[in-house]
Design a protein around this ligand. Structure first.
Ligand SMILES: Cc1ncc(COP(=O)(O)O)c(C=O)c1O
Length: 464
């Protein structure tokens, strides 16, 4: 049908649904789904009662001259390069995706989310304005889940983790000032910081997370007032901040009179073992500003997350959110509350833990078998395996070669705020359609980068 639309003129009417049913020998439901898909692509436009028409957008307008904008916008740029696999998943069915920050749709609780959304839409007041900090039930849900000394009033509902991180960074760090970050770290956080004119300063980490003595040194050297970290299942490494280091991180921040931003978006992505309690549970002085999100365990389109903050910073954050976009739409909040307070939600989380564990082990096995020269350490949670390339291999080149061979992986470079100490690849096991695809993807990687099929190199994931 897409080809047929391409042969028609803009504004021309498509055959009737009945005719399309006859032509393609499919059911009316299939025809209307296909029309909806074409509508989503902007190729056709349905007018109730009149029919479906080829959209005008296909018409090429005369190009307009925007060259003046380049001068006016000047050198300030918002770089989303490191985020592209998050925002733009590959649309080619022949590609195996080992690069995404989210679940494949078959792992999402789609039925539960749809049912929750339709129940929420029928609630009286569903379209009323919510309190700007979020509806009470949802704030309470986040607060109760933490096991920390917080209550619903300390919680601010946000549009997922990204908007939470954005508000927190801008609330804590002035433009031009440094922000300490674990290295490697989530490129979305680096992008947010840079877009706000904040300078991310790397602090090295190893398999047990950030190195506290280097963190203390970095605070002293830079005068930074905040440190961003993911103590539980770091993206990309999967590391968990060691128990002994947790107190040291808080002490280093306290000595610098600085905040700790705890990004805990991966908490529910454990592979079986219970994750350690958040850093927030050790904090009795409002030092930790905590960020969480439901997108990782539900869907990137369930854009609901939260910030937990106590003291004056909470007021600043609330004000910042209101200034940014007022509040998260009420139907989305009501649907989320409905979703997460049903027993089926807990079963979904339990099932997900098992599936991610299985997928993680399958990917690790395939890597050890087919690309033994890629060094990695197994992780207890998250969606990724972080593999170090042998010396002499370039991560960007490896990524491009992999794509040509039909597998999408992510180069390690965007995860480092400064020069990477070595070349890495991030391989995601949650985004492929099936477990078998993981092995197919790794075989393609081996084909694309034959140097990886040789003998393993010394050491595991190693200090990054
Ligand atoms: C560590 C981390 N934090 C935050 C986010 C943002 O997620 P979202 O805005 O979809 O909740 C991501 C997404 O990949 C992430 O990996």
């Amino acid at each position: 049908m897409r080809d047929e639309v391409g042969r028609l003129q803009p504004g021309e009417r498509l055959p009737s649904t009945r005719r399309l049913v006859e032509l393609h020998r499919v059911s009316p439901v299939t025809v209307s789904r296909a029309l909806a898909a074409l509508g989503n692509e902007g190729l056709v436009l349905s007018r109730p009662g009149a029919g479906t028409f080829v959209a005008d957008t296909l018409v090429r307008r005369d190009p307009i001259d925007c060259s003046w904008q380049t001068v006016t916008l000047s050198e300030r740029a918002v770089d989303t390069a490191g985020l592209s696999p998050l925002a733009d998943p590959p649309h080619d069915d022949d590609l195996v995706s080992l690069a995404s920050g989210y679940l494949h749709s078959s792992l999402m609780p789609v039925r539960l989310m749809s049912a929750a959304l339709s129940r929420a839409a029928r609630l009286p007041g569903a379209w009323e304005r919510p309190p700007t900090a979020g509806i009470h039930g949802l704030r309470l849900f986040f607060a109760l889940n933490l096991g920390a000394n917080v209550d619903a009033r300390d919680v601010l509902v946000t549009s997922g983790g990204e908007s939470a991180i954005s508000a927190v960074f801008r609330a804590l760090v002035a433009p031009g000032s440094p922000l300490l970050v674990e290295s490697p770290t989530y490129p979305g956080a680096l992008a947010v910081a840079r877009a706000a004119g904040i300078r991310p300063v790397p602090v090295p980490s190893d398999e047990e997370g950030v190195l506290p003595e280097l963190l203390a040194e970095a605070f002293a050297r830079t005068g930074a007032q905040a440190f961003y970290c993911q103590p539980t299942y770091n993206n990309p490494t999967g590391s968990v901040l060691g128990t002994d280091r947790r107190a040291s991180v808080l002490e280093a921040a306290a000595a610098a009179q600085a905040f700790v931003v705890e990004d805990d978006c991966a908490r529910f992505l454990s592979h079986g073992r219970r994750p350690p309690p958040p850093l927030l549970t050790r904090d009795g002085e409002g030092r930790v500003v905590y960020v969480t999100s439901l997108t990782k365990v539900a869907s990137p389109s369930l854009r609901v997350g939260a910030v937990v903050a106590r003291g004056p910073v909470a007021h600043r954050l609330h004000a910042m959110r209101v200034v940014d976009d007022l509040f998260v739409p009420r139907p989305v909040q009501e649907a989320t509350l409905d979703l997460v307070t049903r027993p089926a939600w807990d079963s979904h989380l339990r099932g997900l833990t098992q599936t991610l564990g299985l997928r993680s082990r399958s990917l690790a096995r395939a890597l050890s078998t087919h690309v033994p020269a890629l060094a990695f350490s197994p992780s207890e949670g998250g969606m990724h395996i972080w593999g170090r390339l042998p010396p002499g291999l370039d991560d960007t080149e490896a990524t491009l070669a992999a794509r040509r061979s039909g597998v999408v992986v992510m180069a390690g470079r965007p995860f480092f705020p400064a020069e990477p100490p070595a070349a890495y690849l991030r391989l995601t096991f949650s985004a492929a359609a099936t477990i078998d695809d993981l092995e197919t993807g790794v075989r393609r990687l081996a084909h694309a980068v034959p140097d990886l099929t040789g003998a393993p190199h010394e050491g595991g994931g190693g200090r990054a």
